[in-house]
Write a protein that binds this ligand. Structure first.
Ligand code: FES
Ligand code: MG
Length: 575
């Protein structure tokens, strides 16, 4: 492999010339207390750190960043920590989805505007994995991703608790009057008991695993629990490796092909992934110039079984168990036949080499292919007159009797109306009905995680545990149930979802991948002619820009102007 020379480094454009601008750059690095030997002629490595006091999942990044720096220094690089917006999934309102592209933009511009040759990206909480990697992919310098890792298992009264999934489950118990205040607050104190991301197979674990399968992390990085000493060592290893990646000039353009993203999809299916994987992986692949689509996901879901027995698709285990059972490398080795093993990864080896010989230590946590959790993959994509550009469901987390079902629509135009109605003991609803929420898509509301519409209290008290629910929203990766999500085009841009009325019949056939609104074309045309778009949610600021430039869910919800294919490439800074 040819190696770059120090004077060919991007950062040399800042520091090497004998001119007035470079005098300024050099004197200011000296001002920080670094001597020439610390940085001249060395790869400058940005550490894009999404630590903040408001992000519980990244609390350890305050310390881990020092370990990354240690590795960079050991390998002869010069680290520069560049903090970026943190995006705590549990703190940010109205939804972190509003800010994923903001982080992507910030990452790209941080890397472009500073004298850096390579980057370590530190993220993990849901939107941070796609946000960071999308930006770095567009920027194009060598980078690798350090996942935060999952938190430890929750614990309450000797029971194991899983992030999100158990909160939803016990909240329904509380609403049904079966769980008192004392028990509820004890549960609150036991469900999240270390730093690190949600430890169910939610969006965080899903996206960290996908990043590894795509080849953007060092082998095994995504499965290490955040508090484990292995995570400290992995952080230093990331620092050492990125310096070498710069010398090798291992840019994303030289690293990635479509095969990398196909591996991400296969991995997602086997993990029993979050539905959000679809939106984020599509966006990442488009940034890399190797677009995958809903059809690729659906085709993979017909082939690759769910073998990770992790909640909510699985019934028993959490990410900590997954790590002890061998972690992602072991799972990928089990689905080797579904992978493009020749795809390169950031350590310079192929995915096939990285997973070779990885053993499963617990066959109930990572199942053999012959004994899967779910014989098909985690996600299915349905189409029909109600969703010409697709609607997504997680069949593995849905009651089997709902997979083929026709019911009466009960339609809500906004979430507050829905929230109020579900508490109404007089609500005209049965478990056979289909709850519909609209104007919650990308343009309508920034696509919040409202898609697991609450089952009406009246039905919970009757013992109804699942029902079909349809929306243009997303749902948390830790959610479950018969939720049809990401309905595209969304209602706010005039998609057919905008035309449904309470009392219409909707049929859903997951095995046939079909969703149909049983209303004639003539009637739908008449309703369309009478439809007026809802007023924009934001009339100034970032939200205004978001509403004008956000793409639909089936295209990954990127901003049109951020897609790598938009316009000519951004030039390097002139002076
Ligand atoms: Fe951060 Fe769930 S809240 S990963
Ligand atoms: Mg989540």
């Amino acid at each position: 492999m040819t190696r770059r020379s120090p004077d060919s480094l991007r950062s040399a454009r800042w520091f090497a010339p004998d001119d007035f601008r470079s005098f300024g750059h050099r004197s200011r690095v000296l001002q920080m207390g670094y001597g020439y030997d610390d940085w001249m002629g060395k790869p400058v490595i940005a550490i894009v750190n999404t630590w903040s006091d408001a992000n519980q999942c990244h609390a350890h990044f305050k310390h881990r960043v020092e370990d990354v720096k240690r590795g960079i220094l050991q390998a002869g690089g010069f680290p520069l920590e560049l903090p970026a917006i943190s995006l705590s999934e549990s703190m940010v309102k109205p939804t972190t989805m509003l800010y994923r592209n903001f982080l992507a933009m910030e990452t790209e511009e941080l890397l472009r505007s500073h004298p850096v040759d390579g980057a370590v990206l530190m993220g993990g909480c849901d939107k941070t994995t796609p946000g960071l990697t999308m930006g770095a992919l567009s920027m194009g310098i060598p980078f690798l991703y350090l996942p935060a890792g999952p938190m430890l298992r929750g614990n309450w009264k000797g029971k194991v608790l899983g992030s999100g999934s158990d909160a939803f489950k016990y909240w329904d118990e509380r609403r049904a009057g079966r769980l008192g205040e004392q028990a509820w607050s004890e549960m609150e104190a036991g469900i999240a008991r270390s730093h690190g991301t949600c430890m169910t197979m939610g969006t965080a674990a899903t996206m960290m695993g996908i990043a590894e399968a795509v080849g953007l992390t060092l082998p095994g990085a995504s499965s290490i629990p955040a508090p484990d000493a292995n995570h400290i060592r992995m952080s230093a290893e990331c620092g050492r490796r990125i310096v070498e990646m710069v010398w090798e000039d291992l840019t994303p353009a030289r690293l990635l092909t479509r095969a990398n993203f196909e591996n991400g999809i296969a991995c997602a299916m086997a993990m029993g992934c979050s539905t959000n994987a679809i939106v984020h992986l599509i966006a990442m692949s488009r940034r890399a110039g190797h677009p995958v689509s809903l059809d690729d996901f659906d085709a993979a879901s017909r082939r690759v079984p769910v073998i990770a027995n992790i909640r909510p698709s699985g019934d028993a285990y959490l990410m900590e168990d997954f790590f002890y059972a061998g972690g992602l490398r072991a799972m990928l080795e089990r689905i080797r036949g579904h992978l493009k093993t020749e795809a390169l990864t950031v350590n310079g080896k192929t995915l096939g080499e990285n997973i070779a010989g990885a053993e499963v230590y617990h066959d109930d946590v990572i199942r053999p292919l012959a004994n899967p959790i779910y014989a098909e993959g985690a996600l299915a994509v349905l189409r029909g007159n109600l969703a010409p550009d697709g609607v997504v469901i997680k069949p593995s987390a849905c009651a089997p009797h709902l997979l083929r079902h026709t019911g009466r629509a009960l339609v809500f135009d906004d979430y507050p109306a829905l929230k109020k109605a579900v508490e109404d003991p007089e609500l005209d609803v049965t478990g056979d009905d289909i709850l519909v929420l609209r104007n919650a898509g990308p343009r309508g509301a920034g696509m919040p995680e409202w898609g697991m519409l609450p089952i009406p209290t009246k039905l919970l008290q009757q013992g109804v545990k699942d029902m079909l629910r349809l929306s243009d929203a997303r749902m948390s990766g830790t959610s479950y149930g018969g939720c049809l999500l990401h309905c595209s085009p969304e209602a706010a841009v005039g998609g057919p979802l905008a035309l449904v009325k309470t009392g219409d019949r909707i049929s859903v056939d997951v095995p046939a991948r079909r969703i149909h609104l049983e209303v004639s074309d003539e009637e739908l045309d008449a309703r369309r002619a009478a439809w007026t778009p809802p007023p924009p949610r934001y009339e100034r600021g970032y939200g205004w820009m978001f509403g004008r430039h956000i793409k639909q869910a089936n295209e990954g919800c990127d901003f049109d102007f951020l897609e790598t294919s938009f316009g000519r490439a951004v030039p390097e800074p002139d002076i």
